[in-house]
Design a protein around this ligand. Structure first.
Ligand code: FMN
Ligand code: 173
Length: 358
């Protein structure tokens, strides 16, 4: 199976992915909390931002490169952390990381990866960050940090918006459980089998985490810390006050709080609150190169992509993820050219008008 048959958009790849996966796995990967209002709101918020191109600016050279906490990347698009890539494809995280590296893009690896962080790092040719859930067992949490540092990960991404997994209608209906061959490899020996994903999570993840733990984490190593899942200006401020080097504006892809604000709507207040004291990124519903440009024009340093990466993986393993990532970069480049932006710093608020033309 090859998706090299000219996918125009990530939705072409999604269609193929859907045919490859059992319904309950498709639902787990793609579902959101409750009636999936926030899942839809993330997309709608992009649609509500019209682009206002500048003309006659010389776009004969186009440079999509940027840096993310000092790491050089080919484009301001990155792979968001997602648990259990093996649910999508047997090649799992190693394939995803190879694809991101081949495209020169940053990839964030989940605490709940289905391969060990060391196995995954061995495949990397691009920068990696490690997503951390603060575990009930702080010794184990510290071990993960030490392992991530030793394996060459360049930052820690503390997920703050999932003290417990959200209320997900689809998973309740299907009674979704992990297949026996899919396990959190980094946490080997700590979990029983047969539990639902949410139960498995709650055995391990500490719901009592507070801002004090951010400072604790910052002090555990010399790795920069990104706080993921921030939606309020005051929380972004607190993140910086507790030593964070970056904030990822996220509602967990609409999987945690149904009715939570769309990320692109939350982004401006977060940017106002932190100014240039830390890097600010956004995720949730980034489906096109045009969305990446909207995120940049709004002031985000990069846009992170979740589900479409798993669509690519399910459709065709490493080649499928590469196809997905290429679609973003290619559409971004052509849209930047047509909007008069030769590089990522030339996208600013003048490029945006609120409202939708329909
Ligand atoms: C199947 C799946 C698993 C996820 N697992 C994690 C995780 O382990 N850690 C985490 O911080 N976020 C996790 N997320 C959230 C993503 O990092 C990201 O915030 C979200 O998917 C972005 O939205 P998008 O899927 O609309 O692009 C997961 C998302 C999905 C879809
Ligand atoms: O499903 C998720 O959204 C998620 O974040 C997660 C995290 C750890 C284990 C399983 C799922």
């Amino acid at each position: 199976m090859s998706v090299a048959a000219n996918p125009a958009s990530v939705y072409d790849i999604a269609r193929l992915a859907r045919t490859m996966l059992p319904g309950h796995i498709w639902d787990y990967l793609n579902g959101g909390a409750g009636q999936e209002r926030t899942l839809g709101a993330n997309r709608a918020a992009f649609h509500r931002l019209s682009l206002v191109p500048a003309v006659l600016t010389d776009v004969s050279r186009r440079d999509l490169r940027t840096t993310l906490l000092g790491a050089e990347v080919a484009a301001p698009v990155a792979v968001a952390p997602m648990a259990y890539h093996r649910l999508a494809h047997v090649d799992a995280e190693p394939a995803t990381v190879r694809a991101a590296g081949a495209e020169g893009l940053l990839c964030v690896v989940s605490t709940f990866a289905s391969h060990t962080l060391e196995e995954i790092a061995a495949e990397a040719t691009g920068p990696l960050w490690f997503q951390l859930y603060c575990l009930r067992d702080r010794g184990l949490t510290k071990d993960l940090v030490d392992r991530a540092r030793a394996a060459g990960y360049r930052a820690l991404v503390l997920t703050a918006d999932a003290p417990m997994l959200g209320y997900r209608d689809r998973d309740i209906r299907t009674g979704f459980q992990l297949p026996a061959h899919v396990r959190p490899a980094n946490l080997a020996g700590t979990t029983g089998s047969g539990a639902t994903v949410a139960e498995l999570n709650s055995v391990l993840v500490d719901p009592s985490v507070t801002w004090r733990d951010v400072a604790w984490l910052r002090g555990l190593s010399d790795l920069p810390v990104v706080v993921k899942g921030v939606l309020r200006a005051a929380d972004a401020q607190r993140a910086v006050d507790h030593g964070a080097d970056g904030v990822l504006v996220s509602n967990h892809g609409g999987r945690q709080v149904d009715g939570a604000i769309a990320t692109m709507r939350a982004l401006p207040a977060v940017l106002d609150a932190v100014g240039d004291r830390c890097e600010v990124y956004v995720d949730g519903g980034v489906r096109r190169g045009t969305d990446v440009l909207r995120a940049l024009a709004s002031g985000a340093r990069a846009a992170f992509v979740g589900r479409p990466v798993l669509w690519g993986l399910a459709a065709d393993g490493e080649a499928g993820v590469r196809a997905v990532l290429r679609v973003y970069s290619e559409e971004l480049e052509l849209t930047m050219a047509a909007c008069g932006c030769p590089d990522v710093t030339s996208a600013g608020p003048e490029l945006l008008a609120a409202g939708v033309d329909d």
